[in-house]
Every structure is written in structure tokens, then in C-alpha cells.
Design a protein around this ligand. Structure first.
Ligand SMILES: *Cc1c(COP(=O)(O)O)cnc(C)c1O
Length: 228
């Protein structure tokens, strides 16, 4: 009995971590006239003991930006929580493709032909975890940022189709100090043009705008884990 009470108290406490963020996202969806959308908790740089409360509270969608870091944290967490879902949201090197296919349910950051070829070469659906991929678009044309430029997008999409990769959408990170709205609109337009349904866009500072522009899911880091 005491143990049950303790478990219940822990669950409630863990839920309290998530509830304010869930509620803010619900409100943003409502303001945009949309049903609630999934939230990826971006757990990069977060140790396992700061992720566990999220799992205990029932959160299941997560994102990491480095293959190596994810490999150290997530295989164990998956044993405890087989139904969790992990997205790769950072750049992928071709020599890490094999590892990435075993770790991530979704790879959001395909951005160049060699990477498509490397994915196609290693793709073995029955022996990997990855079920779909997205292409990252460099909507702000920032030289330091990964992502394909919009004029090269069609070629990359064709290459994915040629190799029968399950490409379902697009992802972007707008320039830090610009109005994100035109970037989200551009991403939505490009996805529409190419018949792609998933839009990964919106972070802690701009997710209401992304939701208003049709985000399929948002990626929140600091909203969940404020910098100490
Ligand atoms: C870190 C990161 C996020 C989360 O950003 P916050 O501003 O902390 O919400 C989202 N997307 C990508 C690609 C990231 O690297």
C-alpha cells in the first residue's frame, strides 16, 4: 500500500514536469484551430537521470542530435520502455549510418546525395529500427548550417524515391535572429509541392508559429530542461 502510494506520488510529480509544457502546446494548437500534435523532447546533453522522469510520466517522443551520445543513453532506456520513439535531429556522417539505423525510429536530417546512397546501401528493414526519413532544408541559406538548399531539394527527393527510401517529410531550423514565419511557410510549401506530409519545425522559442504553419510535430529542448 505504501509502495503504491509512493509510486502514485512519483507519477504525479513526474507529470508536473511535463504538464505546463503540454498545456502551452495544447493552447497553441487550439489557437491555430488544430488538434494537439506530438512533442519531441530534445534530450541532447541531458543525462539519463533527467530523462527518466519523462518516461515515468508517460512521455514517449524524444530527439537527439548526436549518434554517439544517443548510443550511450538510449539502448538501456529502450529496454525499460520499448514503445518510446527516438528521432535523429542532428547531422549524420556516412560512417555512422549503420549505427543510426539501429538507434533511431526516424532520421530527420538527410541533406545530401552521399548520405542517401549510404542509407540505401545499409537499408535492411527487418534488421534496423529506422522506419522513415525526412530531408532537412536550409531555408535560411546559412553556410554554417546543414540542410539542402531549396533548388537542390527536388534532386534529393528523386534520389530517395529511386532507392525506395520511405521519405515522408521535411525539417528545418530557421536562422536564429530572423522571423521564423517565412521559413516555416517555405517548408510547408515545399512539402506540399512534393507531396510530403510530415513537417518537423518549431523549437522552444517559436513553436506557436510553427504550429500555425502546419507543423506535424515540434522539437522542444529548453522548454522542458531550462538551462541551469
Ligand atoms: C537543440 C535542438 C532543438 C531544441 O531547441 P530548444 O530551443 O532548446 O527548444 C530543436 N531542434 C534541433 C535541431 C536542435 O538541435
Amino acid at each position: 500500500m505504501a509502495l503504491m502510494l509512493l509510486c502514485w506520488m512519483l507519477f504525479e510529480k513526474n507529470k508536473a514536469v511535463l504538464e505546463p509544457v503540454y498545456e502551452a502546446v495544447r493552447q497553441a494548437c487550439q489557437a491555430a484551430g488544430r488538434e494537439p500534435i506530438p512533442i519531441l523532447a530534445i534530450s541532447k546533453n541531458q543525462p539519463v537521470d533527467r530523462i527518466l522522469p519523462f518516461l515515468k510520466a508517460g512521455h514517449r517522443w524524444f530527439g537527439e542530435n548526436r549518434v554517439q551520445e544517443a548510443a550511450g543513453k538510449w539502448p538501456n532506456l529502450r529496454l525499460q520502455c520499448p514503445d518510446l520513439r527516438l528521432h535523429l535531429i542532428g547531422p549524420l556522417q556516412t560512417n555512422k549510418v549503420k549505427q543510426a539505423l539501429k538507434l533511431f525510429d526516424v532520421i530527420e536530417t538527410v541533406d545530401r546525395p552521399q548520405l542517401v546512397l549510404a542509407l540505401a546501401k545499409e537499408w535492411k528493414i527487418e534488421r534496423q529500427r529506422t522506419r522513415k526519413i525526412l530531408i532537412q532544408v536550409n531555408t535560411g541559406r546559412e553556410p554554417q548550417k546543414s540542410g539542402v538548399l531549396r533548388e537542390k531539394l527536388a534532386i534529393l527527393i528523386d534520389l530517395c524515391h529511386t532507392h525506395s527510401l520511405p521519405l515522408t517529410g521535411l525539417m528545418c531550423i530557421p536562422p536564429a535572429h530572423e522571423d521564423p514565419a517565412p521559413h516555416f511557410q517555405l517548408l510547408a510549401d515545399l512539402a506540399h509541392t512534393h507531396n510530403l506530409s510530415d513537417l518537423s519545425m518549431g523549437m522552444s522559442s517559436d513553436y506557436p508559429v510553427a504550429i500555425a504553419h502546419g507543423a506535424s510535430w515540434i522539437r522542444l529542448g529548453t522548454a522542458f530542461w531550462p538551462p541551469i
